[in-house]
Design a binder for this molecule. Structure first.
Ligand code: NAP
Length: 298
């Protein structure tokens, strides 16, 4: 019997639909004479990937009608100066949310800086207060990538209750919050979750028992078809630039051996065009929530 082809989860389309919804809401605010939501990105140094992420955040913010600002600093900035900037942003009533683009230079303690961000403006959801509130199922800003994945699952109507979900990777910004969100009570959650990492033994055997696999480890093509059971849902968070002879000189792949794994799945996210586009859109959603004071009332 032939396998049914996997359904591609079109993150690009879902992200574009959400952006249209945000844009409409912002247009309505402006019609009522209110100011637009304002998102600020703090960028330190000249790291190429960081520059392009911030540019993309700025572009997409403007597309939905937000005000967008970038505070740029040289990589020689001191921790004290950066903390002073954060104090300023925390107190600026015209700024609804801001992000500190990571990584930060070595002389700066990133954890200390992120803790200095007001939880009310922490639209990246990295502050311990937001992480703790997420753990307790209280309203909070969810970190953008896991939030984006939860939205993909919801908008694709994927059943999750009682399913065994294997998350591979336990980073603070992707794997760990992903495991928390999938195991919480509620629709599009209620999973039984196994969190795997570099010290996990028998990853292949564990994956073979999974109904849903989320891979976020940063290793190209790590998840192969022999690790996936028929009909599983596979979410690929990885992004890798692989050099080639094409005109662009590279192509993008994920942590999943997509061509072979897709033969066995019910649903799968492509790379690019799956999880990636959802990350910035989730940041925009958080900023709109900050503007509307949906999470913190005052
Ligand atoms: P990270 O901070 O480097 O964490 C990687 C995690 O993978 C760690 O928990 C590590 O385990 C685990 N790991 C590494 N090798 C492993 C192995 N062989 N078997 C099992 N676990 C292993 O990564 P991240 O920031 O979460 O990012 C992961 C990937 O997602 C990267 O490719 C990144 O570029 C991509 N990403 C994409 C988006 C997006 O918007 N699409 C957003 C963020 C990240 P230990 O904890 O034991 O070291």
């Amino acid at each position: 019997m032939e396998n049914k082809p996997a359904i591609l989860i079109d993150g690009k389309l879902i992200a574009s639909n959400i952006k249209e919804e945000i844009k409409k809401e912002v247009a309505e605010l402006l019609d009522k004479g209110q100011r637009p939501p304002h998102l600020v990105a703090v960028l330190v140094g000249n790291d190429g990937a960081s520059l392009s992420y911030v540019k993309s955040k700025e572009k997409q913010s403007k597309e939905v009608g937000f005000m967008s600002s970038v505070y740029r600093f040289p990589s020689t900035i001191t921790e004290k100066e950066l903390l002073q900037t954060i104090d300023f942003l925390n107190n600026d009533n015209d700024v609804d949310g801001y992000i500190i683009q990571l990584p930060l230079p070595k002389q700066i303690d990133a954890k200390k800086v992120l803790e200095h961000v007001s939880p009310k403006k922490d639209v990246d959801g990295f502050h311990p207060t937001n992480a703790g509130r997420m753990l307790l199922s209280l309203p909070s800003y969810l970190p953008a990538t896991p939030y984006g994945i939860m939205t993909l699952i919801e908008r694709s109507g994927i059943e999750t209750a009682g399913k065994h979900c294997v998350v591979i990777g336990r980073s603070d910004i992707v794997g760990t919050p992903m495991a928390v969100l999938l195991s919480r009570k509620g629709k599009y959650a209620d999973c039984t979750v196994t969190l795997c990492h570099s010290r996990t033994k028998n990853i292949k055997e564990i994956c073979l028992t999974a109904d849903i696999i989320v891979v976020a480890i940063g290793k190209p093509h790590f998840l192969t078809a022999d690790m996936v059971k028929e009909g599983a849902v596979v979410i690929d968070v990885g992004i890798h630039r692989i050099e080639d002879d094409s005109e662009k000189g590279y192509h993008i792949v994920g942590d999943v051996d997509f061509d072979n794994v897709k033969q066995k799945c019910s649903y799968i996210t492509p790379v690019p065009g799956g999880v990636g586009p959802m990350t910035i859109v989730s940041l925009l959603t958080n900023t709109l929530k900050a503007y509307k004071k949906e999470i913190y009332k005052d």
